[in-house]
Design a protein around this ligand. Structure first.
Ligand SMILES: C[S@@+](CC[C@H](N)C(=O)[O-])C[C@H]1O[C@@H](n2cnc3c(N)ncnc32)[C@H](O)[C@@H]1O
Length: 215
């Protein structure tokens, strides 16, 4: 069994963790982007903590704070953290201001917010990242492709069966992600759907010293 999966208490969660990590390339890609960094990491919309546990399994030792508004998932993540004192899981809304300085990851969460909220979350996240630091985003992009329609349909199903607690689905366009960050970050973007028929992209923004300040 994978080391991440073995942290969870139920067979359902262990199976979910095993298959999600096996099929979703985002965890590996985030680990590679963070390689060599020691700054604290904020994982906004952390769910049951899969990214944090994956990073730990692969030797990432920086403190990690996972934030999710779903108290059930935070409880699961806390139990699975198993005494690691540099892993913190907090129940909070990603739209609330947070006092944090370091690298920030948003995996598959932006699409639960309105356009304005997405902009504010990105601006706040950007202000948390110091020069040379990273803001890493993976999300489905709203465009004219069939992949987008499949992504939307599967998320709508997950929400309907209440695996996902989310107010709405509003996938961002590429421009809506890049707009608030333009000028302050260098950017790399690539398709990130693995074997699944999703329209997912990974954005790795590296903060340059110019641009948005920590005002
Ligand atoms: C698709 S899951 C992704 C989980 C995790 N990032 C991962 O990739 O393994 C989206 C997560 O966003 C969380 N979420 C949705 N709306 C939120 C909000 N307003 N504040 C914080 N978390 C939220 C959901 O509870 C869910 O755990």
């Amino acid at each position: 069994m994978s080391v991440v999966a073995s942290r969870y208490r139920t067979q359902f969660l262990r199976s979910y963790a095993r298959s999600k990590i096996a099929t979703d390339p985002a965890y590996r890609a985030v680990f590679e982007a963070l390689a060599g960094t020691t700054a604290p990491l904020l994982d906004l919309g952390c769910g049951i903590g899969l990214l944090a546990f994956y990073l730990r399994q692969h030797g990432f030792t920086a403190p990690i704070t996972g934030v999710d508004h779903d108290g059930r998932k935070i409880d699961v993540a806390r139990l699975a953290a198993d005494g690691d004192r540099d892993l913190h899981f907090v129940q909070a809304d990603a739209r609330e201001p947070m006092n944090f300085r370091g690298n920030v990851v948003l995996l598959d969460i932006l699409h639960y917010f309105t356009d304005d909220e997405q902009g504010r979350i990105l601006e706040r996240a950007a202000r948390s990242v110091p020069p040379g630091g990273l803001l890493i985003i993976r999300d489905g992009l709203h465009d004219a492709t069939v992949r987008y329609r499949i992504t939307h349909a599967l998320e709508a199903f997950a929400r309907a069966v209440r695996w996902l607690k989310a107010e709405r689905l509003n996938f961002p366009t590429k421009e809506r992600i890049e707009g608030p960050l333009r000028g302050a970050f260098d950017e790399e973007v690539r398709s990130m759907s693995g074997f699944m028929p999703f329209n997912n992209y990974l954005f790795v923004f590296k903060r340059s010293s110019a641009g948005i300040t920590n005002a």
